[in-house]
Design a protein around this ligand. Structure first.
Ligand code: TRP
Ligand code: ZN
Ligand code: CA
Length: 438
């Protein structure tokens, strides 16, 4: 607080603050949409990296690569399969021939779930011949493996049947995944509720790219990143360049994550994600330096957790959250002093039609001079509803209040945002949490 602006703490202001403070914990206390489902676990980065260390050792012991038709590929398959067998998966090796050599897909089914609704997650396990292929694609393979092991640790009993896959000969033109899809009976294909693909998710100069395919899968990944306040972009580095393509071509809903290959990170991308502008996302793409040193731990960690989030969320029953559910975001967002507006997203799902005419918006902003703040609710289409104006004389701390908004002309489902702007210098604060009751 600035001494130039002494606050006058009237009895009335204190009473209002106390009242609103008493109302505020409801944001946290009421069930959130996510709490209604079993929360996905945090995937331990150390476990994912331990798999990468093993894949690196396998390459080192086998002429430096894990390529189709080479000993390093089969050894990689054996490593992953042994982990899955020990964790209670039903595993199968599917053999095919490419370029005169035998290739293998590894398929692992988690017992249970609706056999007519199958959610698949996969990654290619082969490298190119020039290197160990640790980012491409040890990263996706290790993260999918660790997610499968987390399913086993949780003894997850999802509504859908879960199937994980590690593809062979992707680098020769998606050979293994094409073989799998082509050899699925039409009836089996139609049971696939979705295929999630992870190919290069620990790039050393990472971007956060989400495939722009099935909207529900895409939104599931975007929600995860919105919760971390990390911006994502649509994957554009060659649509169809990985194992989701055969599934997509067969009409299966697909999605996935990607941290970038040989395209160059722009300065705008470096500004929002960090890293080095003017340099490739992965300078070691398809080369001998794609080793365990070629991994950004933060990207690998976040993307691994995002996979678990998607597997948990998309395999759960489509339970509509009950009326009165608070959809909330408890991630803190700093509000820059006398600066640009900031937003905090909340995604509303499972609703039909429009938002209520008396939509409750619970707001908890910590600030040392609440009069500095202009607060708006942004509907999914961007329409702004003013919750609070700035005031040079409102010197109390914090905005802890529940507002009522007539949002009946807005579609309920979608990403709503709380927008906060600090319009006067010196005092500062942050969005602590906020929520919408639908
Ligand atoms: N394994 C892919 C390849 O070598 C890597 C890749 C490039 C990729 N662009 C992509 C994967 C876009 C997913 C999406 O071609
Ligand atoms: Zn590749
Ligand atoms: Ca200020």
């Amino acid at each position: 607080m600035s001494p130039a602006r002494p606050r006058s703490l009237s009895v009335a202001a204190l009473a209002v603050a106390a009242l609103l403070a008493a109302a505020a914990p409801a944001v946290q206390a009421a069930p959130t949409a996510e709490a209604a489902l079993a929360a996905a676990p945090d995937i331990p980065l150390a476990n994912v990296k331990a798999h990468l260390t093993q894949l690196q050792s396998i390459a080192t012991a086998n002429s430096g690569n894990r390529a189709h038709g080479r000993a390093g590929y089969k050894a990689s398959v054996d490593y992953v399969k042994a982990k899955l067998d020990a964790a209670g998966y039903t595993t199968a090796l599917q053999q095919f021939t490419s370029g005169g050599a035998t290739g293998y897909n590894l398929i692992a089914d988690w017992p249970g779930g609706d056999p007519n609704k199958v959610l698949m997650a996969g990654s290619h396990l082969d490298s190119v011949t020039s290197g160990a292929g640790i980012n491409d694609n040890g990263s996706g393979s290790a993260a999918v493996l660790e997610t499968a092991l987390a399913v086993s640790r949780a003894q997850l009993a999802p509504d859908k049947h879960l199937r994980f896959a590690w593809w062979g000969a992707e680098e020769l033109g998606l050979v293994g995944s094409k073989y799998y899809v082509n050899n699925l009976a039409t009836a089996e294909r139609s049971k696939l509720a979705g295929y999630l693909n992870f190919d290069m998710i620990g790039s050393p100069n990472p971007g956060y790219f989400v495939y722009d395919d099935d909207p529900v899968i895409e939104q599931t990944f975007k929600d995860y990143y919105a919760g971390l306040s990390i911006p994502t972009e649509i994957e554009t580095e060659g649509d169809g360049r990985s194992d989701h393509a055969p599934f997509k071509n067969a009409g299966v809903p697909v999605g996935g994550l990607f941290s970038g290959a040989d395209y160059t990170k722009t300065s705008a991308q470096a500004q929002k994600w960090g890293g080095t502008a003017g340099q490739a996302f992965d300078r070691c793409y398809h080369s001998s330096c794609d080793t365990t040193a070629n991994i950004n731990d933060t990207a690998l960690d976040r993307n691994s957790d995002a996979i678990a989030h998607a597997v948990w969320t998309l395999s759960a029953g489509t339970t509509t959250p009950p009326t009165g559910t608070v959809f909330s975001n408890t991630a803190d967002v700093a509000v820059p002093d006398n600066g640009a507006a900031v937003t905090s997203p909340v995604s509303v799902t499972g609703r039909t039609g429009n938002a209520p005419s008396a939509l409750k918006v619970a707001v908890d902003i910590k600030h040392t001079y609440r009069g500095d703040l202009v607060v708006d609710l942004l509907a999914p289409d961007g329409t702004a509803y003013r919750l609070k104006n700035s005031s040079g004389s409102d010197s109390a701390d914090n905005v802890i209040a529940t507002y009522t908004v007539n949002a009946s002309s807005e579609t309920a489902n979608g990403t709503w945002k709380l927008q906060v702007r600090d319009v006067a210098a010196q005092d500062t604060g942050y969005i602590d949490s906020w929520g919408l009751t639908f």
